[in-house]
Every structure is written in C-alpha cells, then in structure tokens.
Design a binder for this molecule. Structure first.
Ligand code: ATP
Length: 884
C-alpha cells in the first residue's frame, strides 16, 4: 500500500517512527543505509577539457601557428616562449573557472536548504541533506519541503507543488487516508520535496529522500552552479572585440610597412625569411597589445570579493550582485530585526477602565480584564521558552510569554489548562492571529494583532471586566493610548476574544465582532551599530528607507532615533501610499523615509518608483510575500533567518540579519569594482606604452624597439600576476565618501582614460628615450635598452596602479603583499634574461653592461616616479564627486 492510502499510524509504523521523531542515533544509522538527502550534481568539465577549451580562441590558434613558424625557422627558444604564453593563458583561464566554481560552491553550501526536524524529541534546524526516512519535519509558511512525506498534522497547511503538478494554485493538506489510486496532485495528505509552503503550519514524516523523491525521479541531477556574466564583463567582452579589430589593423599596418621595407630594401637576400620575421613581429605586437588575462582577472577579483563579503555576513548568491552592490543608491530596509535588535520586552499595558497598577498583584488577585489580557497573550501564541531558558519562536510572542512568567503566571501551565483546538496562523498581510480554546466551558476565539486591525474588528470592549458596546469616546481613548505608546517607539499589539457557538474549524470571517481586551506595548531597541552605519551610508550618497509592517508612529519614532529620518523627511502608511498617483509619488519620493503598515504590493511600487529615477535599489525581506519585491529590486537582500522563498528570490543573504552588513557589503562591492578598474588600467597602460614605442620607431624608421621573443616574454610576465595582485588592493580611503557609481558608466569613466593615457605615454616616452640613447651605440644596443626599460617600467607601474588618489607610499608600501610578491617575481624572472647563456636568446649584446642597465632602469623608474608625482598635483587623480 502507498503511504497516502495508509493511516498516519500505519505510515509511522511502516517507517518505524513516532510523531516525536527519531533519536539522533537511529537517524545516524539510517543515514548509513539511505544516504544523504541530496541529488547528485551534474559532472563538471574536467581540467583537461577546460584547457582544450582555451584553444578555441582564434588568438591562441594564431600563436600556435606562429610557434610552428618559429620552429620551422629553427628559433626553438621563441617557440618555447610562445608555448609558455599559451600554456600560462590556459592555466589562468582554468584557475579562473575553478575559482569561480569554488566560490559559487562555497556560497551554495552556506545557503544550503535547511529543515526543522524533531530529533530526540527536540525541534532543531539542520541541513536538509541530513534528513532520513522516518524523520518528522515541521513546516511553516515560506519553507521549502525538503523530502517527500506523509502529513501528520495540518493547520491550514497550504502548499504549492506546481513544479510537480503544473498546478499554480496552492493545495490545502489534510491527514486522512485516501482510498484507491490517486494521481500526485490529488494526494492531499502527502507533501513533496521542492514544494513550497505558502500558508499555515504542519508536520510530516519523511517517506522518501534524495533520488527516491518524486522530484528526484524526474530531475535526477542537480544543475551545477553557473557563473553569470556581470554587466562589466559583458561590457569588457564587447570592448575587447572592438579592441581586437583595432589591433588587427595595427598589425596589418606594421606587417605592411615591414614588408614594404623588405621589398624595397637592397640588403636582404632571404626574402621569405624576412617576411616571416615581419609576420612574427606583427604577431608579437598583437600578443603584446591584447590583454588576454582581462576576463580571468575580472572573475578572480569578483570571486575574491564574494569571499570577503561572506566574512562580513553577506552571502552573494549571484555573481553580478557584487558589481551592482557598488552602485547601490537606495537601501529599502525592514525595521524589525534589521535596524532593531528584535529583542522584544513588554514594558507597558493598557486595559480600558483600568489604567493604573496593571499586573501588580499576584495572579490570583488579577482583575477580569487582566486575566483575559494575559490569557489571550499566552494562548494565542506559538513561542516557547525551554527549561534552559532558550527562547523559540517569534520575538514578539516570546516577549508576551516571558512577561507572563515574570508576572508569576507560568505560561506553560496556562497552555496545559486550555489546550489549543484549532488556529488561524499569523500572516503579515492580515496582521492577525487567532486560536480556539475552551475556557470555563465556553469555546472561545482568541485573537491578537496590529492594534488598528483588531480595533477595526471589535464591536465590544471589555471595560473594567464588563463588556460594553463600542463608542467613539472609548475608541478615542484607546487610539490616544496607541499613539502615546507609539510615540515612545514601542510596538503595540491589541488583544481580543469572542465566544464561538459552533464546533469544528474557523475561517478568517470569524475574526469579526471581537471583544477588545486591551493593549500591550513592547520595546525593541535599535541595533547599536546602526546609527553609524546610516551615517556612513548617507556620506556615501546612499539613502536608507524604512519599510515596515509596524505602526506609523512607532516606525517614525525609531527612524528618528537612529538618524534615518531627518527634519524634512516624511512618513507614509501603505494606505496613504495607495492614495498617491505615480506622479505624486515621484514628486515626493526623495522625502519619504518611512513607509509603515505596508503590503507586499506597496514594496514593489516603492522599488519601481526608485528605479524609475534610475537608482539602483536594494530591498530587504524575509517573508513569503516579500519574494516578488526582492526579485524586482536590483539587489534583493534576504534575511538569514527568513524563509527559503525569500532567500531564493534574493541576490544576497545576510547571515546576521543586520542592516550594517548591507552597508559593508556595498563598501566591498565598491572596492571590488575599483580594483577591477585598477587592474584593467594597469594592463592597458602597459600595452599602450609598448605600442607607442613601436609606432614611434616605425614612423622614424628606427629598428623595431623589441624583437618578438622579448614582447612575448614581457606579456608573459606582466599581463598576469601583477594584475591579479592589484585586484587584492584594500579599499580606497574615500570609498564610502563618494556618490554611487552610475551603473551604465563605461569602463573608462571617472578619469580612468586619463590615467591610462598618461601612464601609457610616460612608459612609451621612457622607452623611446632609452632606445634613442641605445641607437647612439648600435641597433642591438637600442633594442636591449628599450626592452629593459619597458619590462622594468611595466613592472614598476604595478605600484602606481595601486591607487588612483594615493602614492604607493601613501597607501602603505607593504600593505598589499600580493603586489610585492608579484613585482619581486617579475624582477626575478627578468633577472634570468641577463644571465650569460640566456641573454643571447633575448638579444642582449655583450656590451650591454652595468652603465647601460642603470640608464634603462633609471628611465623606467623616472616614468613611474612621474606617475606618482602626478597624483600629488591638483589636476591629477580621478576627482570622484564627493558627497557633501
Ligand atoms: P518589519 O519591520 O520587519 O516589517 P514587522 O514585524 O512590523 O516588521 P510583520 O511581521 O509583517 O512586520 O508584522 C506586521 C504587524 O503585525 C506588526 O506590526 C504587528 O502589529 C502585527 N504582528 C506582528 N507579529 C504578530 C504576531 N505574532 N501575532 C499577531 N500580530 C502580530
């Protein structure tokens, strides 16, 4: 018999389980036989395949052809260097892919789905992969179902299993057995892995895990994480393509001029040999000019960025988010838990007709109103406090039961006395929760919720223990009290009840005609770090906007406290927002700092309004209903404590739920972008320097300043490690003092073009001077000197590229160990080229001695020194617009 045809008892028996769950030991044993509850991952490409992939690049094909030509010419060493270049590129490419995969894997592990399981009789959260058949798992709105199972309990448990059945409407689950054969979609007493709980609560016993689940049977394999290209990567790809054409034209020009010279020259006998040499030179120029490592560097720096963010409690789920974060101008944030500590404490109560001395006496002497207020607060409540003091559940509810305990009325005793019969779970749209109990022989509906909502559903009010009809006067008194609490930044809940004269379940329609009992007010102090963080965001040109389900006055009071709301700012309720037209909203948008009592649709509208103004908007959320707004936002930010759905819809997850972590992630995002630009500028400036020198020599009919092997060697040395090392640079001191970057801004914006050209020209000029000095002795000497100057200038340029605003010493010479390491390595490898035996290969003549070296090196050092001195001048640095 299938599980859905069996009774709950039979299923439990079949799986040798109980409704209290398995013991850890038993679960461990089952894990041995059943295996982990996870789908196998699709195979990754092996390394050899990735290396082969790189040979698809036309550039690599040209290089290999060139190597063959060299071999044919008998130039073995040049061929070897070309192979080394090709191999190094392949290795960097593979490292990049592996690094990105590794980063994504690590992030996925951190955001792995979890499940709330009963083990050893205690509810605990654990990785979903640990689930075994027989485990009892609890579900609530927002959870993904982590395995297949038979429902044991359902309180209006509604599940969307569209991924299996194609049905978009959620299905309400029950526990009764179903007779006969039934298709998947009709098995309303089963839940299936991958389905989403949209409402209610319940639990189920696991009947199948991993590939034995229905989804496992279909899918079998889990798609590997895929790295999406970021906007910058896409921009770079198009740019590189264009650059490729320009370089091709340049190479044809160089080849043409050389060929023409051979043609018209008189001294050359070996025509083919000379042409092949000209071809080799053109290829070497292409290699020198094309920044092959570019895309690898971008990916590596992005991957390193995600790692840094994870350490600061922000887990990136989508790689492009790293970049987008750097452009964030608006952060729409929840209040409770994100700006505040979510540590609620009841500090005040209000009972109509009894405003003094509430709960002052022993519970035995409590007034009727006091008793009712505490009963509703404790019974219409899902929170628990363990024997060892651990608090479980919604902090708002924990505060209520803690208050009861404090007032010498143990909450657990009350719950035992009046057990819950049925319930209407809390949801943040309704802002209400109700439970049914029999009290003193009468079936009662107990309701708690937002005070405005409860007040709107009351027809009577308990005044001094007597039920009275609602009057405007009474209502006014209560409203006044709500305002007074809210002004003190307190969260207010209202409590009511109503007798029920029917048996069986209740519906939302029953939450009417209530008797209002009273109010409780609790404090939720702001997180201490939030004050500074909001100020930091403001200085960085980022506006923080509070969006909360809470009461307007409370929200406003807290927003003022933490500096989020300034003098001229305004607060709106969801209702008031609904009344605004799009134009009116656009007009006021910048002034609105607080949105209170919002609905999920409001959230989307707010995001869209900011996006209309071209602002990159981050939005936090935790609930099921938040998912659409999280998707709409440029950066959806889910809370680590939030629901699976919210996490799924987000680009980033905050493991500590803290607003501060968003701001520090933005800082990292900005730094990552800066560093990528620094690496790009470094590459382009170096390449430009070489090209300038080559074109200059060509124009003046000098010998080529470099020969192919030198160019290839420089490329090998300078295009990889120093650029990656620049990607590890620390943040610029003004990183959070400038305005957010425009996301559509080009790669060379913000003064980068200026730096690239300036540095390229300086390097080029140094090489030209060096070659000219060499030419005074011999053409061979001019080549040796030009080569020495170029390689040293490009290597030393790494220091200048470290910062756009500070000199290498200003930024701390020893701060970036990677740069020091990369530069030392480059020097070391360069040193090899002047060794006897090797220097012939690099065409360094024997008379190139210490004196010539000092001149060549001095010119390189001079060029880099000028780059640094330039930074100290007022015209220099990329003058980012600082926020006033
Ligand atoms: P945020 O700032 O994160 O939006 P919030 O807690 O105010 O915080 P919700 O959790 O959606 O947002 O709650 C909305 C409103 O519902 C609260 O302001 C409160 O009036 C009411 N409420 C909150 N928790 C409960 C609960 N457990 N039972 C009944 N009503 C509640």
């Amino acid at each position: 018999m299938e599980s859905y045809q069996q009774s709950v008892q039979d299923v439990l028996q079949e799986f040798n389980a109980t409704a209290q769950g398995l013991t850890s030991a038993e679960a461990q044993q089952r894990l041995q036989t059943a295996g982990y509850n996870e789908l196998k991952e699709a195979d990754r490409d092996p390394v050899w395949k990735l290396i082969l992939e790189t040979f698809k690049d036309p550039m690599v094909v040209v290089l290999l052809l060139a190597a063959l030509v060299q071999l044919a010419l008998g130039e073995v060493m040049e061929a070897v260097i070309i192979f080394a270049v090709v191999l190094l590129n392949a290795v960097v490419g593979v490292v990049q892919t592996k690094k990105a995969e590794g980063a994504l894997d690590a992030l996925r592990q951190m955001t792995a789905p979890s499940a709330k399981v009963l083990r050893d009789g205690v509810k605990q959260t654990m990785a979903a992969r640990e689930l075994v058949p027989g485990d009892v798992v609890t579900l609530e709105a927002g959870d993904y179902v982590a395995a297949d199972g038979r429902v044991l309990e359902s309180s209006s448990l509604r599940v969307n299993e569209g991924m299996l059945t194609g049905e978009s409407e959620p299905v309400e689950k029950h526990t009764d057995p179903i007779t006969g054969e039934s298709p998947l979609g009709d098995r309303k007493n089963m839940v299936y892995s991958g389905a989403l709980v949209v409402y209610g609560r319940g639990n189920f016993v696991v009947t199948a895990t991993a590939e034995k689940t229905e989804i496992g049977k279909i899918a079998g394999l889990l798609a590997s994480a895929e790295a999406k290209q970021t906007p910058l990567q896409r921009k770079l790809a198009t740019f590189s393509k264009r650059l490729g054409w320009v370089i091709l034209a340049l190479c044809i020009l160089i080849f043409g001029v050389e060929a023409f010279r051979v043609w018209t020259g008189t001294e050359t006998q070996d025509m083919t040999g000379a042409l092949l040499k000209a071809f080799m030179f053109a290829v070497a120029v292409a290699v020198a000019a094309i920044p092959e490592a570019l895309s690898s560097i971008v990916t590596i720096v992005l991957a390193v960025g995600t790692h840094k963010m994870a350490r600061r409690h922000a887990i990136i789920r989508k790689l492009p988010a790293v970049e987008t974060l750097g452009s964030t101008s608006v952060i729409c944030t929840d209040k409770t838990g994100t700006l505040t500590q979510n540590k609620m404490t009841v500090v005040d109560s209000f009972l109509p007709g009894q405003s003094e001395d509430q709960f002052a006496n022993h519970p035995e002497q409590w007034s009727v109103s006091e008793r009712w207020l505490m009963q509703v607060a404790v019974l219409c409540n899902d929170a628990h406090i363990n024997q060892d003091g651990a608090e479980l559940g919604d902090p708002t509810e924990v505060a209520l039961i803690a208050y009861s305990n404090e007032k010498r009325q143990p909450y657990a005793k009350l719950r035992r006395e009046f057990p819950r019969e049925t319930e209407l779970p809390f949801d943040s749209d309704r802002k209400l929760m109700s439970t049914v109990h029999t009290i003193d022989g009468q079936r009662m509906l107990l309701t708690k919720g937002g005070p405005d909502v409860v007040l709107g559903r009351c027809s009577r009010i308990l005044v001094n223990g007597e039920e009275q009809s609602v009057t405007e006067e009474l209502l006014d008194g209560i409203r006044q009290q709500i305002e007074e609490f809210s002004d003190r930044a307190l969260r207010v809940l209202a409590f009511g009840y109503k007798p029920l004269f029917t048996s069986g379940g209740v519906t939302f329609e029953d939450e009417q005609d209530l008797v209002l009992v009273g109010l409780k007010a609790m404090i939720d102090p702001p997180r201490e770090e939030v004050f500074d963080s909001i100020e930091e965001a403001r200085k960085a040109g980022i506006k923080a906007v509070m969006i909360t389900g809470d009461h307007k006055t409370t929200a406003q009071a807290i927003a003022r406290q933490i500096g989020l709301m300034k003098e001229k700012d305004i607060a709106l309720t969801g209702q008031e927002l609904d009344d605004l037209s799009e134009e009116e909203l656009d007009q006021q948008l910048e002034r609105i700092s607080v949105y209170a009592r919002v609905s999920p649709e409001n959230k989307i509208r707010i995001v869209r309004a900011w996006q209309r103004k071209g602002k990159i908007t981050a939005m936090t959320g935790d609930g099921v209903n938040d998912a659409p707004a999280l998707k709409q936002a440029d950066i959806g930010v889910a809370m680590g404590s939030g629901t699976d759905v919210a996490k799924d819809a987000s680009a980033m997850i905050l493991t500590d739920d803290n607003f501060v972590s968003i701001v520090s992630a933005v800082a990292v995002g900005r730094t990552v972008f800066d560093n990528i630009k620094k690496a790009i500028a470094y590459l382009f400036a170096g390449n430009l320097g070489a090209i300038i020198a080559i074109l200059f020599a060509l124009a003046l009919d000098w010998v080529n300043p470099f020969n192919p092997i030198q160019l290839l060697f420089i490329n090998l040395l300078n295009d990889s490690l120093p650029a990656i090392a620049l990607g590890m640079e620390k943040a610029e001191p003004n990183v959070m003092r400038r305005k957010p970057r425009d996301i559509n801004e080009g790669i060379f914006a913000g003064g980068m073009m200026k730096s690239v050209i300036a540095r390229g020209v300086l390097i080029g000029a140094a090489v030209i001077v060096s070659q000219w000095l060499g030419l005074q002795q011999s053409p061979e000497m001019s080549i040796a000197m030009a080569f020495t100057t170029l390689i040293l200038a490009r290597t030393l340029q790494t220091f200048a590229a470290r910062s756009n605003t500070q000199t290498a010493f200003g930024a701390g010479f020893f701060e970036n160990k990677y740069v020091l390491g990369a530069v030392l390595l480059c020097f070391g490898l360069y040193g090899l080229t002047v060794l006897p035996g090797v220097r012939e290969i690099f065409s360094i003549p024997t008379d190139f001695g210490w004196d010539e070296w000092k001149i060549a090196a001095g010119l390189a050092l001079g060029a880099v020194a000028l780059m640094e001195i330039w930074k100290l001048t007022p015209w220099a640095s990329e003058k980012k617009q600082l926020v006033k």
